[in-house]
Design a protein. Structure first.
Length: 145
Protein backbone atom coordinates (compact mmCIF):
# COMPACT_ATOMS: atom_id res chain seq x y z
CA UNK A 1 0.00 0.00 0.00
CA UNK A 2 2.84 2.36 0.85
CA UNK A 3 4.48 1.61 -2.51
CA UNK A 4 1.24 2.42 -4.34
CA UNK A 5 0.93 5.72 -2.49
CA UNK A 6 4.54 6.63 -3.29
CA UNK A 7 4.06 5.76 -6.98
CA UNK A 8 0.77 7.68 -7.12
CA UNK A 9 2.35 10.80 -5.60
CA UNK A 10 5.29 10.52 -7.98
CA UNK A 11 2.94 10.17 -10.99
CA UNK A 12 0.92 13.16 -9.76
CA UNK A 13 4.01 15.34 -9.36
CA UNK A 14 5.47 14.33 -12.73
CA UNK A 15 2.14 15.12 -14.38
CA UNK A 16 2.06 18.51 -12.67
CA UNK A 17 5.58 19.63 -13.53
CA UNK A 18 5.81 21.63 -16.77
CA UNK A 19 7.64 19.86 -19.59
CA UNK A 20 7.13 16.39 -18.06
CA UNK A 21 3.35 16.44 -18.17
CA UNK A 22 1.35 13.44 -19.37
CA UNK A 23 3.82 12.08 -21.91
CA UNK A 24 6.49 11.36 -19.32
CA UNK A 25 4.31 10.83 -16.26
CA UNK A 26 2.15 7.97 -17.55
CA UNK A 27 4.95 5.77 -18.94
CA UNK A 28 7.15 6.47 -15.91
CA UNK A 29 4.33 5.59 -13.52
CA UNK A 30 3.69 2.36 -15.42
CA UNK A 31 7.40 1.55 -15.41
CA UNK A 32 7.43 2.06 -11.62
CA UNK A 33 4.69 -0.52 -11.29
CA UNK A 34 1.35 1.27 -11.41
CA UNK A 35 -1.32 -0.31 -13.55
CA UNK A 36 -2.50 1.64 -16.59
CA UNK A 37 -5.68 2.94 -14.93
CA UNK A 38 -3.86 4.24 -11.85
CA UNK A 39 -1.05 5.73 -13.95
CA UNK A 40 -3.50 7.62 -16.17
CA UNK A 41 -5.67 8.78 -13.27
CA UNK A 42 -2.83 10.06 -11.06
CA UNK A 43 -0.67 11.54 -13.82
CA UNK A 44 -3.75 13.08 -15.45
CA UNK A 45 -4.91 14.56 -12.16
CA UNK A 46 -1.48 16.06 -11.57
CA UNK A 47 -1.41 17.43 -15.10
CA UNK A 48 -4.92 18.85 -14.77
CA UNK A 49 -4.10 20.68 -11.51
CA UNK A 50 -2.24 23.28 -13.54
CA UNK A 51 -5.60 24.48 -14.90
CA UNK A 52 -7.26 25.50 -11.61
CA UNK A 53 -3.93 26.89 -10.43
CA UNK A 54 -3.75 29.20 -13.46
CA UNK A 55 -7.48 29.94 -13.62
CA UNK A 56 -7.94 30.88 -9.98
CA UNK A 57 -4.48 32.12 -8.95
CA UNK A 58 -3.20 33.83 -12.10
CA UNK A 59 -3.29 37.32 -10.57
CA UNK A 60 -1.68 36.12 -7.33
CA UNK A 61 1.07 34.27 -9.22
CA UNK A 62 1.67 37.36 -11.37
CA UNK A 63 2.70 39.19 -8.20
CA UNK A 64 6.01 37.32 -8.18
CA UNK A 65 8.42 38.88 -10.72
CA UNK A 66 10.01 35.61 -11.94
CA UNK A 67 6.64 33.90 -12.24
CA UNK A 68 5.17 36.96 -13.98
CA UNK A 69 8.00 36.90 -16.53
CA UNK A 70 7.40 33.19 -17.13
CA UNK A 71 3.62 33.70 -17.48
CA UNK A 72 4.15 36.61 -19.87
CA UNK A 73 6.55 34.53 -21.94
CA UNK A 74 3.98 31.72 -22.15
CA UNK A 75 1.08 34.02 -23.00
CA UNK A 76 3.03 35.81 -25.74
CA UNK A 77 2.83 32.81 -27.99
CA UNK A 78 2.12 32.09 -31.64
CA UNK A 79 -0.87 30.00 -30.54
CA UNK A 80 -2.69 32.98 -28.99
CA UNK A 81 -4.60 33.83 -32.19
CA UNK A 82 -5.48 30.17 -32.69
CA UNK A 83 -7.18 29.86 -29.31
CA UNK A 84 -9.16 33.01 -30.07
CA UNK A 85 -10.20 31.57 -33.43
CA UNK A 86 -10.78 27.88 -32.65
CA UNK A 87 -11.59 27.95 -28.90
CA UNK A 88 -12.68 24.52 -27.63
CA UNK A 89 -11.15 22.63 -30.55
CA UNK A 90 -7.81 24.32 -29.86
CA UNK A 91 -7.91 23.24 -26.22
CA UNK A 92 -8.78 19.65 -27.13
CA UNK A 93 -6.13 19.25 -29.79
CA UNK A 94 -3.32 21.51 -28.66
CA UNK A 95 -3.26 20.76 -24.92
CA UNK A 96 -1.09 17.67 -25.35
CA UNK A 97 0.99 19.28 -28.09
CA UNK A 98 1.93 22.59 -26.44
CA UNK A 99 1.26 21.51 -22.85
CA UNK A 100 -1.42 22.29 -20.32
CA UNK A 101 0.54 25.12 -18.73
CA UNK A 102 0.89 26.99 -22.01
CA UNK A 103 -2.71 26.31 -22.99
CA UNK A 104 -4.08 27.49 -19.62
CA UNK A 105 -1.96 30.66 -19.57
CA UNK A 106 -2.90 31.57 -23.14
CA UNK A 107 -6.57 30.85 -22.43
CA UNK A 108 -6.47 33.01 -19.31
CA UNK A 109 -4.71 35.86 -21.10
CA UNK A 110 -7.28 35.97 -23.94
CA UNK A 111 -10.29 35.74 -21.63
CA UNK A 112 -11.32 32.22 -22.68
CA UNK A 113 -14.17 30.75 -20.61
CA UNK A 114 -12.98 29.20 -17.35
CA UNK A 115 -15.58 26.46 -17.44
CA UNK A 116 -14.76 25.56 -21.05
CA UNK A 117 -11.07 25.46 -20.23
CA UNK A 118 -11.69 23.16 -17.28
CA UNK A 119 -14.00 20.78 -19.17
CA UNK A 120 -12.12 20.61 -22.46
CA UNK A 121 -8.65 20.41 -20.94
CA UNK A 122 -9.81 17.63 -18.61
CA UNK A 123 -11.22 15.68 -21.57
CA UNK A 124 -8.05 16.25 -23.57
CA UNK A 125 -5.72 15.23 -20.75
CA UNK A 126 -7.54 11.99 -20.03
CA UNK A 127 -8.01 11.09 -23.68
CA UNK A 128 -4.34 11.57 -24.49
CA UNK A 129 -3.27 10.07 -21.16
CA UNK A 130 -5.23 6.93 -21.99
CA UNK A 131 -3.72 6.85 -25.47
CA UNK A 132 -0.19 7.20 -24.05
CA UNK A 133 -0.97 4.54 -21.46
CA UNK A 134 -2.22 2.09 -24.08
CA UNK A 135 0.76 2.72 -26.34
CA UNK A 136 3.08 2.22 -23.37
CA UNK A 137 1.31 -0.99 -22.39
CA UNK A 138 1.52 -2.30 -25.95
CA UNK A 139 5.20 -1.34 -26.04
CA UNK A 140 5.85 -3.22 -22.80
CA UNK A 141 4.01 -6.24 -24.23
CA UNK A 142 5.85 -6.01 -27.53
CA UNK A 143 9.26 -6.03 -25.86
CA UNK A 144 8.17 -8.36 -23.03
CA UNK A 145 9.13 -5.89 -20.31
Amino acid sequence: MLDYLLYAITAFLMGFVPYFEIYVAVPAAMAMGLDIVSAVIWAGFGNFMAVPLIVFFYNFLSGFPKVRNWLNKLSDNKHKKKIEKYGNLFVLVMTPLVGIWVTAVIAKSVGYSKSNLIVFSLCSIYFYGTLVGLLTLWGFDLFNL
